[in-house]
Structures are given as structure tokens and as C-alpha cells.
Design a protein around this ligand. Structure first.
Ligand SMILES: N=c1c2ncn([C@@H]3O[C@H](COP(=O)(O)OP(=O)(O)OP(=O)(O)O)[C@@H](O)[C@H]3O)c2ncn1[C@@H]1O[C@H](COP(=O)(O)O)[C@@H](O)[C@H]1O
Length: 153
């Protein structure tokens, strides 16, 4: 079995949310950060790490910092990233075939790898997660079978 990346730990403490109020008396512009106690106490949505990861990858694509695995992938282009996507998809398929809870946990781990590399591909092509979500929203409620039949007509 492949070396496992760090075991999942507690989610990073989410950043203090603030509202920025801008006052513009005559020519003076002042930004004031006001903490919002209501939003601070909100639990993080389970999908927020995905959004944060996409923001990190988009930043990596724009800045290509050295010492970053993502930068290495991005510099290798669609071919390099695509190769990893294929490899990780195979590993997920294998893991899904493994028995028991251990196999299930392995599949979760491999799905993480596949999703990470897929998001790197999106960042490489300048595609946002919102755009993909919008595409999925557009498809919502239309069965794949119905969609395929419509294409054949
Ligand atoms: N989520 C991930 C993530 N998931 C998987 N990986 C890496 O993806 C690679 C998976 O490839 P393999 O399992 O095939 O391991 P490998 O054989 O060593 O990989 P290769 O050298 O053959 O490509 C490993 O190097 C993993 O560490 C990830 N690398 C980074 N991230 C996230 O991306 C952020 C930015 O990372 P850097 O750009 O590297 O700083 C990190 O803070 C993380 O949040």
C-alpha cells in the first residue's frame, strides 16, 4: 500500500471573520476591521477546506513559488497533471475494491489525491470551482440517461 500522507487531523482553526467598513469623510479614507461575533461562532462548513484548497492552488498557478509540489505539477503542464489524474483515478478504483473499513478509509485517501490533482488541473486552466459548480447546477435534475438520449436525437 502506498505511503499515506498525514492522517486527517482537526480542521485548521478558521480565520477570524471580519466585516470591513469604509468611511470616506472628505478626502480621508479609513478601513476599519470590525469583528462579527455572530459569524465567528458559526461552525466551518465541511466543504470549506475545498474552497480554501482551490484558493491556494489558484495562487500557486499565479505565483509558481519554488519548493511547491503544485508548482512542479503546473510547470509540467496538462500532460504532467493529466498523468497524475490518471494514476490517482486508478488508485482510487483499486482502493474501492478493498474490503472493510480499512479499504473504505484508503478509498477516502485516494479520492483526496484525485480531487487535489483535478483541482490543480482546473487552476492550471484558469477554471474556478464556482464555474464547475454552476455547470453541475445546470445539469441538476436531468438524468444522465435522458441527457444522453437527447444528444442522440
Ligand atoms: N492536498 C494536497 C495534496 N494531496 C496530495 N498531494 C501530493 O500529491 C502527491 C501524490 O502523488 P503520489 O501519491 O503518487 O506520491 P509520489 O509518488 O510521491 O508523487 P510523484 O512524485 O510521483 O508525483 C504526493 O506528493 C502528495 O503529497 C498534495 N499536495 C498538496 N496538497 C495541498 O496543496 C497545498 C499546496 O501544496 P504545495 O503547492 O506543494 O505547497 C498543500 O498545503 C495542501 O493543502
Amino acid at each position: 500500500m502506498k505511503r499515506l500522507r498525514n492522517k486527517p487531523g482537526p480542521l485548521p482553526k478558521h480565520a477570524l471573520r471580519t466585516n470591513i467598513l469604509r468611511f470616506q469623510p472628505s478626502q480621508i479614507s479609513l478601513d476599519v476591521a470590525v469583528s462579527d461575533p455572530a459569524s465567528e461562532s458559526l461552525p466551518e462548513s465541511p466543504l470549506e477546506p475545498l474552497t480554501r484548497l482551490m484558493a491556494t492552488l489558484t495562487h500557486r498557478a499565479a505565483t509558481r513559488p519554488p519548493g511547491s509540489y503544485t508548482t512542479k505539477l503546473l510547470d509540467g503542464g496538462a500532460e504532467k497533471i493529466g498523468g497524475k489524474i490518471r494514476e490517482e483515478a486508478e488508485e482510487l478504483i483499486e482502493a474501492v475494491g478493498e474490503d472493510g473499513e480499512e479499504g473504505r478509509q484508503h478509498a477516502i485517501y485516494e479520492a483526496g489525491d484525485l480531487i487535489y490533482h483535478t483541482l490543480v488541473m482546473l487552476a492550471y486552466r484558469g477554471i474556478t470551482l464556482d464555474e464547475v459548480a454552476a455547470e453541475l447546477a445546470r445539469r441538476e435534475g436531468v438524468s444522465g440517461l435522458a441527457e444522453k438520449a437527447a444528444r442522440k436525437n
